[in-house]
Design a protein around this ligand. Structure first.
Ligand SMILES: *Cc1c(COP(=O)(O)O)cnc(C)c1O
Length: 458
């Protein structure tokens, strides 16, 4: 076993912030097939994508170069909170009476409260470089909207956020936070876009979904010349930007002479998962490093564990390119669970391909088990996790208990993607015994899976 470490956290200097992002496309045996145009069903043309994304990000979306330099201006802004701390969860270890070591990377120290600012700053930078004046996006729980509001402000861009109505109502403080940074926030579905009007015509009481909010934001970007769209997860360039998490964590663990046996993260669109896991998966892909990597998702929206690996739209209305990914069907409406950031019907094509190829594993939990883990963690380690992040905690606890059963001293690393200070109404429900599991409607799921578009691979 490595040398003794009796501290609580491992810190890096600002000068140790990574200079490059890691691109896992360089090392994957099978790359995801190309995105398909919703109009033609053929591989989407660069011109089509250029209507909503700047050249810098499009290049990153496609490149198979292993290392991509972080622009100095972005790295400078990362210094506001990076390098983020790596903690050892000693009290949690003691409580579980496990021989495993539990380490976590804490992304809640960012001004936005989550990992999402890692990519928001990069995206705002490349858009400003391209002369774009305004960014438009969707947000579920409000984490991505908050991050983009901050990033847009830092680069002098306007920002509009379509916020899923159920979250808009559950989380007024998230909206106020975005507005404090100068963003305009709309409860989606709205009457202001064709996509929103189409949804409301079918269901006037729609409480929205990420898929609908994406449709609205993409429509606005596609119909305004000075406006681009920004996505907080799923796409290759987003996961690329998040690899600062894993690169730092790797260096921090090296400092204490550790290497993880298990890496765990929650998985919505896959960006915090890819961010922490890809730099370690590089070792698995290139030199067969034995490492177990687990994506944790909600049982109410079990994209990897129950979805189909197929081409599907990224949004509900069908405006975005089709991606080859694990999906529950683009019209699937996940129950209104509190981990809003994990309520997405699809998943990152990179994460999906790795799962399909058996390189990573996945597990789904019901929300009561997740909140139990979140509260246990808060009471032992002091940090109240976002419900999304609590999924990773649940996964880490179960891995630590497994290590105990097997009497093995594993090193477990998980990503604590954000704090839960804007999720107190959800914790209130749990504390008052009002929080229920949200069972999947099996019939409805089967229907959505059966109605996926049948698309031949190009
Ligand atoms: C958005 C979010 C997630 C899930 O999104 P990914 O793209 O899968 O990372 C997880 N945790 C927090 C705190 C989030 O804000």
């Amino acid at each position: 076993m490595p040398e003794t470490f009796d501290g609580t956290k491992v810190l890096l200097e600002e000068s140790e912030i990574p200079t490059h992002w890691y691109n896992i496309q360089a090392d994957m045996k099978t790359l995801p097939p190309p995105p398909l145009s919703p109009a033609t069903g053929q591989p989407v043309s660069p011109e089509e994508l250029a209507r909503i994304f700047p050249p810098g990000l499009l290049a990153q979306e496609m490149t198979q170069e292993r290392w991509i330099e972080i622009p100095p201006e972005v790295r400078r802004l990362y210094q506001l909170w990076r390098p983020s701390p790596l903690y050892r969860a000693r009290r949690l270890e003691a409580e579980l009476d496990t021989p495993a070591e539990i380490w976590f990377k804490y992304e809640g120290v960012s001004p936005a409260g989550s990992h999402k600012l890692n990519t928001a700053l990069a995206q705002a930078y490349y858009n400003r470089e391209a002369g774009v004046k305004k960014l438009v996006t969707e947000t579920g729980a409000g984490q991505w909207g908050s991050a983009l509001s901050i990033a847009a402000r830092m680069f002098g861009l306007d920002c509009s956020v379509y916020m899923v109505k159920v979250s808009y109502e559950q989380k007024p403080y998230r909206r106020i936070l975005m507005e404090s940074y100068g963003a305009s926030v709309y409860a989606s579905p709205t009457e202001t876009t064709q996509a929103g009007r189409a949804v409301l015509a079918k269901d006037p009481h729609s409480r929205g979904s990420l898929g609908i909010a994406i449709s609205e934001a993409v429509e606005v970007a596609a119909t305004h010349d000075d406006t681009n769209y920004a996505l907080g997860s799923v796409l290759n360039h987003v996961l690329l930007h998040q690899t600062v998490i894993g690169l730092e964590a790797k260096r921090q663990l090296e400092k204490v002479d550790r290497y993880p046996d298990v890496v765990i993260a929650s998985c919505g669109g896959g960006s915090n998962f890819g961010g922490v896991a890809f730099p370690f998966l590089a070792d698995k892909l290139t030199r067969g490093q034995a490492i177990k990597v687990l994506a944790i998702e909600p049982a109410a929206c079990p994209t990897l564990t129950r979805g189909r690996f197929a081409y599907d739209y990224g949004d509900t209305v069908g405006l975005t390119p089709m991606l080859q990914m694990y999906t529950l069907g683009h019209e699937f409406m996940p129950p209104s669970i509190h981990a809003g950031g994990l309520r997405y019907h699809g998943d990152s094509p990179l994460v999906s391909q790795l799962y399909h190829d058996g390189v990573i594993g996945a597990k789904a939990y019901n929300q009561r088990a997740v909140f139990e883990a979140g509260l246990m963690f808060a009471r032992l380690e002091g940090i109240l996790p976002a419900p999304e992040s609590a999924h990773a905690i649940r996964g880490a606890i179960d891995e630590a208990l497994l290590a105990k059963e097997e009497g093995r001293r594993r090193v477990i690393l998980f990503n604590l993607s954000g704090h839960g200070h804007f999720d107190l109404s959800a914790y209130a429900e749990f504390l008052e015994g009002r929080l229920e599991d949200e069972p999947l409607d099996e019939g409805v799921l089967a229907q959505h899976l059966a109605s996926l578009p049948e698309v031949a691979h190009p």
